[in-house]
Write a protein that binds this ligand. Structure first.
Ligand code: HEM
Length: 458
């Protein structure tokens, strides 16, 4: 038997030429990117998109190296992050010391225990937000799913961020501005090499929305900074106390703004878009809907939905896990290589751009049976399929792992259980949906929901 150890083979990656990549990406970027990864069985593919050639990284082993084991060599920097930082600044969604400081300050606010302590309040806010659907429901008027999921999620996040510090009417104005930022950013993500001195579609709407956001948020920060003693368990009060305890930095006002805006930006669109996809998925899978309804009927009855119900909504949990497999809101996670390295047997030079895409990895046939089927049964705890830890990573992984998982798994079940215990739902305009790029993956088409009250009066 030979004990010779074979040298690791390093090769160049497969490169998809410009004329094959660009038309596909222009037509349907999210679906086509996933297909490019899947057609190559998750091996690294280099995409020639003209002025730059990012690597698409899909294999779970490679994902693990990039976001976990060797994460310090794969940083959030470069052309894909610049548009995001225009909104959030470089705190919690940046890198280095600023990120570390923000993470240390914000993490305690998103632990399971802390989120559980907000449960009752969150349940009330959501119940009130859902009850506003009674009027269109009674009138038999279909509602825009994305708009209303955004509206309800916005109420929750406003409560978490500001507590009672923000008048309701002002809070309502934030949601459409963030939605505009999240959708108009798509142009910059798709055309990352165009200098900012050159105006592209979306820029004007983006900048206008950003100004509106700052015009709402800075006065709240200024008012909080004038308080002699800052009380409250909202995010703004907490970060103000934490940051002033370390001495008043010259940048304090800006840092507080970045903390609050980053949490709003990461928490709202991701959750609202996931909930938006759900209604279409349930429409297409009536047997899933039937089982979900039965569970909610049994656990919640006529309501009101309480946080204590959530651990017993086990089927709903599997539906959400599967939803985030098929439509992971954070569909694209870019990184830049710091020092020359090797990934999946491919040599990759410093400064290269990598695109990790949960949307792609979650569709690899090597790791998923019938990857395009929506099947919550995969997550049945009794079946407990074993799979690679990084075959499924809707919340990322490693040191940058999402802060908001517990919040999501509290908020989303409360919204769904409230809606399903109150209404029969039906998609009024069923049609095939196209996943559109943005800060989160969103359905390009509008989803109209018809709601019929289950109980005539409450
Ligand atoms: C469906 C819901 C959500 C999904 C799919 C999601 C996904 C992700 C992913 C993939 C990352 C990793 C980014 C990277 O590695 O660069 C991330 C980071 C982050 N998420 Fe979420 N997220 C969701 C909801 C939330 C919520 C509700 C919050 C509220 C606090 C939140 C806050 C954050 C923050 C602050 C980070 C940056 C963490 C860091 O770099 O230290 N997310 N999220």
């Amino acid at each position: 038997m030979s004990l010779d150890i074979e040298p690791i083979e390093t090769r160049t990656s497969r490169e998809l030429p410009f004329h094959r990549v660009v038309p596909r990406l222009l037509k349907d970027p999210v679906t086509e990117l996933a297909k490019m990864g899947c057609e190559n069985d998750g091996r690294i593919v280099r995409l020639n998109v003209g002025p730059f050639r990012p690597y698409l990284v899909s294999h779970p082993d490679d994902v693990q190296k990039v976001i976990k084991t060797d994460w310090e060599n794969f940083v959030r920097a470069g052309m894909f992050w610049r548009p995001v930082w225009r909104v959030t600044g470089r705190g919690i969604v940046g890198e280095g010391l600023d990120w570390e400081t923000s993470r240390r300050i914000l993490q305690p606010l998103f632990t399971t225990r802390y989120i559980a302590s907000l449960g009752r309040q969150m349940a009330d806010v959501i119940a009130a937000g859902v009850a506003e659907l009674d009027e269109p429901a009674r009138a038999g008027q279909p509602v825009d799913s994305a708009l209303h999921m955004n509206r309800i999620v916005n109420r929750v996040i406003i409560q978490v961020l500001f507590g009672g510090r923000i008048p309701a009417e002002l809070g309502e104005r934030l949601a459409p501005e963030f939605t505009t930022c999240a959708s108009s950013i798509a142009f910059r993500l798709l055309l990352p090499t165009v200098p900012y001195s050159v105006r592209i579609p979306g820029d004007r709407a983006f900048l206008r929305a950003l100004k509106q956001i700052d015009d709402i948020i800075y006065p709240l920060i200024d008012a909080a900074m004038r308080e002699s003693s800052v009380e409250g368990d909202d995010v703004l009060s907490h970060v103000l106390r934490a940051r002033t305890a370390g001495g008043l930095g010259a940048d304090l006002r800006r840092q507080l703004r970045d903390d609050v805006v980053s949490i709003y930006g990461t928490a709202s669109e991701t959750t609202a878009m996931s909930l938006t996809w759900l209604w279409s998925v349930l429409h297409d899978h009536p047997q899933v809907m039937t089982r979900l309804r039965a569970e909610i009927d049994e656990v919640v009855g006529a309501g009101p939905v309480q946080p204590e119900h959530i651990p017993r909504l086990t089927y709903l949990h599997t539906v959400l896990q599967e939803l985030l497999r098929v439509y992971p809101a954070a569909w694209l996670v870019p990184r830049q290589v710091k020092q020359d390295t090797e990934l999946g047997g491919v040599r990759i030079g410093s400064g290269s751009q990598l695109l990790i895409s949960p949307y792609t990895t979650h569709r690899l046939e090597e790791f998923w049976e019938r990857p395009l089927d929506f099947d919550p049964g995969r997550w049945d705890p009794d079946k407990a399929e074993r799979r690679h830890r990084y075959a499924y990573f809707p919340f990322g992984g490693g040191p940058h792992v999402c802060l908001g998982q517990h919040l999501f798994y509290m908020e989303a079940p409360l919204v769904i259980a409230n809606i399903l215990s109150r209404y029969h739902t039906e998609v009024a305009n069923p049609q095939p949906l196209t996943p559109a790029p943005g800060a989160s993956v969103r359905p390009k088409e509008q989803i109209l929901l018809t709601l019929r009250p289950i109980h005539q009066t409450r």
